[in-house]
Design a protein around this ligand. Structure first.
Ligand code: THU
Length: 138
């Protein structure tokens, strides 16, 4: 799928770039994620696998960790970049991690290795009726 010029934005470029740094020797499935905060800043991350397989980290989790380490808390948008034909949608665990720092209308764009937009969803579409920090406001 071809990238429309209007969709070739800074967030997509950041996700495509960071994907090249993925450490995925076991699955060989490289993923990059770039998120934008409410102040406009961008944080990105890639997947980091491990010989003890369950210890691997997803790209989205890496990006969230970078954001939190920088003292930020609010995600307004995220781009996930993966290879292959199917859109690389976040795993269930990462959807929940995004729920911690994003609102129901958080825009999530899934793009291919060249930055071509394959799927656009909101967080609530990918994680309906979710449980979040607001539930613990007692
Ligand atoms: N992966 C991500 O980093 N993000 C996703 O959205 C889906 C999957 C990683 C985990 C693992 O390193 C590899 O892709 C194959 O599952």
């Amino acid at each position: 799928m071809e990238t429309k010029a209007s969709e070739n934005d800074d967030l997509i470029r950041a996700a495509v770039l960071i994907r090249e740094r993925a450490y995925a020797p076991y699955s060989r499935f490289m993923v990059g994620a770039a998120l934008r905060c409410n102040d406009g800043s961008i944080y990105s991350g890639c997947n980091v696998e491990n010989a003890a397989y369950p210890e691997g980290t997803c790209a989205e989790a890496s990006a969230i960790a970078a954001m939190v380490a920088a003292g930020k808390r609010h995600i307004t948008e995220i781009v996930v970049c993966g290879g292959g034909d199917a859109p690389c949608t976040p795993c269930g665990g990462c959807r929940q991690k995004l729920r911690e720092f994003g609102s129901a209308d958080l825009r999530m764009r899934m793009v291919g290795a060249q930055g071509d937009v394959k799927l656009v969803r909101t967080l609530s579409e990918l994680l309906p009726d979710s449980f979040g920090p607001d539930h613990l406001d007692f």
